[in-house]
Design a protein around this ligand. Sequence first.
Ligand code: SAH
Length: 351
Amino acid sequence: MKINLKSLTLKELEEFIFSLGEKKFKALQIFKWIFQKGISNFDEMTDLSKNLRESLKEKAYISELKLLNSITSKNQDTVKYSFLLEDQECIESVLMRYEEDLGIGRVSVCLSTQAGCARGCYFCASGKNGLARNLKFYEIADQVLKIQNLIKENEERAANLVFMGIGEPLDNYFEVIKVVKLLNEPNSLNIGSRHIAISTCGIPEKIIALARESIPVRLAISLHSADSEKRSFLMPVNKKYPLEKVLQACREYQQICKRRITFEYALIKDFNDAKEDADSLFKILRGIKSLINIIPFNPILDCKFKPSPLIKVKWFRDYLKNKGISATVRKSRGLDIDAACGQLRLKNVSQ
Ligand code: SAH
């Protein structure tokens, strides 16, 4: 059976190249073709000898995600891609153009870490069909490589990564850390750790493990309510890992690595947008260096919730700010292209 070179670390690739009777340094050339230039065809690897290319073709291959379709929002600031994996599972990734934050030509890519999700949040389309499987690190990397190749003709570059697509990143911890380290490498896309954010529904022991990793990525916690009962309704994970345990893990995280934590809060009309909700939020985050990122709720099928009106969103932000908490409103994107997590996968799976 042919070996998939994309599934190998640089060290494993060196061993493989050595086993072909070649010099180890050739592995680095191949690694760069794969993870820096996004090339999967050996004939395009022009600095390798013809002999090496032929023996690679015989013994190896380089897997690639297959682009199923892409949809661009009317104002072109968001593009949603659906990809097919080798076993025909479907995932999606989103490109977001935030020029104001990142600079011209630098874009953000939102990545999936699982096909489906086991966490079943009430308002999230990703978990509606449960979890199919975890993604391998190279399937996560490939989302960036594919998008990078598609946008390079516009002189754009994937400069920011958010693990906020389909799946719970900390339920696929090992592969997520592996891909973060890989994409951070100077020999691959060289994306700075400050430009990588991992978002989680809140798994205490993994939050603490993240603090101890050598790569200082940013952490975001999906909070959505400071009230345990309401949070359990929105996010069943709260029954297994109650809010107090998650917040305790956040405190330990900050003791270890001192980094500020972002708390995501989707504002839902008449559910979590009242003054009492903001007050409880203020109370539970006391002592944690935090930023609250208010997300205008994105309505999905079969979900009775509605987004809070914009005026309420702004009021909520200003109320928190007046209490001394940093709070921002995430610009709503891609509403016209169903860009909330998992909405396209759900459509593709249900067809
Ligand atoms: N499983 C991870 C990452 C994926 S979801 C997590 O829970 O954080 C990324 C963010 O989008 C999360 O904060 C999630 O709660 C939020 N989200 C999912 N569906 C949404 C919707 N319909 N409207 C607004 N935010 C949503």
